[in-house]
Design a protein around this ligand. Structure first.
Ligand SMILES: [Zn+2]
Length: 349
């Protein structure tokens, strides 16, 4: 089968080559992949990978959608059924799994991080990590659910109370997870303020129905947020940008408010500003991915048409390195998808 394999660190370390199909253990399913999406963590694996137990060469890709190719005879899945992949293999018996918090499983293995991933024609996973979706499901949109939208779901619905009276500020909203968070905060009925840059991206967000778009290159973010919140600030701030924006995000958070982070693209060691944290009684939440129940609810909301993942561009598997370049392009808005069943040379933008 064809797969995008990380052979060595660095931008030239990924190649699409032929490898053997994975072996399917009993109780697992063999899935024929249709599409997957690229995520920031793919670039981290490509360029660094420190702190994540794995061995190269390894197949890249964390999320995706496919069709059942083979299962045990007693399986509830049938050949040809569409499934979205939950990106974890989890033990099911540790205290975190028993509490329904699979992302904290002490022996969790994430696709494309600790084991072979989804940028391949076939993937094997325990059946517990698969969720059936109808055959008419949009594969490019569904490919974006497993990481970006699941992560955004937990940040918006799992960490702080959100309701139609909430003000949510999304920092750097063009990124995949941040864009997803803006959409889901709108689904929750919150007032949503986003920061982004450039005429094209500000116009894009104005068309999505968010309450206010701030161009951080030409406007003062803190002043503008205060102006739009009666001087109070946002109840919830979603900041995955990290060092470059953290101080500003603290200043945009209302007294008693919440800051949620799931990434640190510009660096992981901003000033803590402890006085501001305790005097204003701010809560800082770390978040990554979501549990099986959040995954189920996310897919159900998607199937019900409550939101549609925003797709920036689609590349065939052969052009995985172009997809990575697009992920880093400042003009990108939303998700970059790999269409694994597409013919070589295909591109939809
Ligand atoms: Zn576990």
């Amino acid at each position: 089968m064809k797969a995008a394999i990380l052979h060595r660190r660095g931008a030239d370390g990924v190649a699409v080559t032929d490898v053997d199909r994975p072996h399917r253990p009993q109780g697992w399913a063999l899935v024929r992949m249709l599409a997957a999406s690229v995520n920031r963590v793919d670039l981290y694996m490509r360029d660094n990978g420190a702190g994540i137990t794995h061995a190269l060469p390894q197949i890249m890709g964390v999320d995706g959608i496919g069709e059942i190719e083979e299962t045990d005879a007693r399986s509830t899945f049938r050949k040809g059924e569409r499934v979205i992949l939950y990106p974890y293999e989890f033990c099911g018996t540790c205290r975190h799994c028993l509490a329904g918090n699979q992302p904290l499983c002490t022996s969790a293995r994430v696709l494309g991080e600790h084991r072979d991933g989804t940028f391949a024609e076939f993937v094997t996973l325990p059946e517990a990590s698969l969720r059936k979706v109808p055959p008419e499901t949009d594969v490019h949109q569904a490919a974006a659910l497993g990481v970006a939208y699941l992560t955004a779901w937990r940040m918006i619905f799992g960490k702080a109370t959100i309701d139609p009276g909430s003000v949510v500020l999304i920092v750097g909203a063009g990124g995949g997870v941040s864009h997803a968070a803006a959409q889901l905060a709108l689904v929750a009925g919150a007032r949503v303020i986003v920061t982004t840059s450039g005429a094209e991206k500000t116009a894009h967000f104005r068309a999505t129905g968010v309450d206010h778009v701030i161009d951080y290159k030409t406007e003062k973010v803190v002043d503008t947020v205060m102006q739009h919140t009666g001087g109070e600030g946002a109840d919830i701030v979603i900041d995955n940008v990290g060092e470059a924006t953290w101080g500003q995000s603290l200043r945009c958070t209302a007294r008693g408010g919440h800051i949620v982070t799931c990434g640190a693209t510009t660096g992981g060691n901003p000033s803590a500003e402890l006085q501001r944290l305790f005097i204003r009684q701010l809560s800082v939440h770390g978040s990554t991915m979501g549990n099986l129940e959040e995954f189920r609810r996310l897919v159900r909301a998607f199937e019900a048409g409550r939101f549609a993942p925003h797709i920036d561009s689609v590349y065939p598997l052969d052009r995985v390195n172009d997809a990575f370049a697009r992920l880093e392009h400042p003009g990108r808005v939303g998700k970059v998808v790999i269409d694994i069943s597409a013919p070589a040379g295909f591109q939809e933008q």
